[in-house]
Design a protein around this ligand. Structure first.
Ligand code: 5RP
Length: 295
C-alpha cells in the first residue's frame, strides 16, 4: 500500500460516519429499510431518546446450569427488572419467573442446544410460534465462527431472520462465550457475518483495542456483553469505554448479579448508558447507592 492509498484508507475508516447517519430517519443504524413492526419492537428494546439499551441478561442457565448470583432466579432478577430497558432470557424462565404484567421487552433466547458438559453450540432453534406466544421483542441466536457447528449456527440465524421478517421480530446475533481469547478482528468478523446474514442487532464482547472497528464495520447496532465478573469500578470503566467506542448498549449479567450490590450496579450502568456519566461519577453513584441500599 503506498502513502496515498494508506491516507485514503484512514479517511474512509469510519464506515458509518456522521453524514451517513444524518441521512437516516430511524434512530438506529441499518434499520431504515425495515418494516413498522421491527422498528416498533426495536424502539421498545432501545430507548429512542438515547439510542441505547441496558439489557439484563440471565440466560446463562441454558448452557451453564446455575451461575453464581443467579442460583435463585426469582430473588436475583425480579428486584432489578424495573431498572433494565430489556430482558435477555430463555422461554423457560419467561414462563416461570417473569410476571406477564411486565412492560419490559424480552429478547428471547431462540437457539438451544448442548451444554458445556459436552460440546457447546450444537444448536437448534425453537419454534417461531412460541416466540409469538411469548410476545418476544427480539430473537437471540448464538453464533460462534470457527466452531465445528458454524454452518448449523449460520443456518439457525438464517431461519430466525426469515421468521423474523415474516412476523416483524428483530433478530440479535449472540456471539458465543468462548474459552479462547479472541481479538477485535475476530469479533468484527462475527459481527459483520451476522449482519450480512440479516441480524438486526449484534451482541459481542468488548476488546481493549480496536473495539470501534467492530462497531464501524458492522451495519447494525452492536451491544456489548458484560463478561466475567470484574471489580465494579473496572466493569463501569469497561461500559464507559464501550459506549465511547460506539456500542449501542450493554447486555449485562454476571457483573450485575455477582456485584456486592446488584441494584446499585445496574443503576450505575444505566447512568453511563443513558445519562453519559463518566466512570468516576458512575462509581461514586454506585458507592452511594450501595451504602444507602445496604443500610
Ligand atoms: C450467555 C450470554 C449472556 O446473555 C451475555 O454474555 C451477557 O452476560 P454476561 O454479562 O454475564 O457476560 O449470551 O450465553
Amino acid at each position: 500500500m503506498n502513502e496515498n492509498e494508506e491516507m485514503m484508507f484512514d479517511k474512509n475508516d469510519d464506515y458509518f460516519n456522521d453524514d451517513f447517519l444524518d441521512n437516516q430517519s430511524f434512530f438506529l443504524k441499518g434499520i431504515d429499510n425495515m418494516g413498522w413492526g421491527i422498528k416498533n419492537r426495536l424502539s421498545r428494546i432501545f430507548n429512542p431518546k438515547t439510542g441505547r439499551t441496558v439489557m439484563l441478561a440471565f440466560d446463562h442457565g441454558s448452557i451453564l446450569e446455575s451461575t453464581t448470583g443467579m442460583d435463585r432466579l426469582e430473588t436475583a432478577v425480579l428486584p432489578l427488572i424495573h431498572y433494565a430497558d430489556s430482558l435477555m432470557c430463555t422461554r423457560g424462565v419467561v414462563r416461570t419467573i417473569i410476571p406477564p404484567t411486565t412492560r419490559k421487552p424480552v429478547c428471547l433466547r431462540f437457539s438451544a442446544g448442548s451444554t458445556e458438559l459436552s460440546e457447546l453450540n450444537n444448536d437448534c432453534i425453537i419454534n417461531i410460534e412460541d416466540a409469538l406466544r411469548l410476545n418476544a421483542s427480539a430473537l437471540g441466536v448464538t453464533i460462534a465462527l470457527g466452531d465445528k457447528h458454524e454452518a448449523k449456527m449460520i443456518e439457525n440465524l438464517a431461519v430466525a431472520v426469515d421468521n423474523g421478517y415474516k412476523y416483524s421480530i428483530p433478530v440479535m446475533a449472540v456471539t458465543s462465550v468462548s474459552k479462547q481469547d479472541r481479538d477485535a478482528s475476530y469479533y468484527a468478523m462475527v459481527a459483520r457475518v451476522s449482519a450480512e446474514n440479516g441480524a438486526n442487532i449484534v451482541k459481542t464482547y468488548y476488546t481493549e483495542k480496536k473495539f470501534s472497528e467492530i462497531v464501524n464495520k458492522c451495519p447494525v447496532p452492536v451491544i456489548v456483553a458484560g463478561g466475567k465478573k470484574m471489580p465494579e469500578q473496572k466493569s463501569l470503566e469497561f461500559c464507559r469505554r464501550a459506549i465511547n467506542d460506539g456500542a449501542a448498549g450493554i447486555d449485562v449479567g454476571r457483573n450485575v448479579f455477582q456485584s456486592s450490590s446488584p441494584l446499585a450496579m445496574i443503576k450505575a450502568i444505566s447512568a453511563i448508558v443513558h445519562d453519559n456519566l463518566e466512570t468516576d461519577d458512575a462509581y461514586q453513584l454506585f458507592r452511594e447507592l450501595s451504602n444507602s441500599i445496604d443500610n
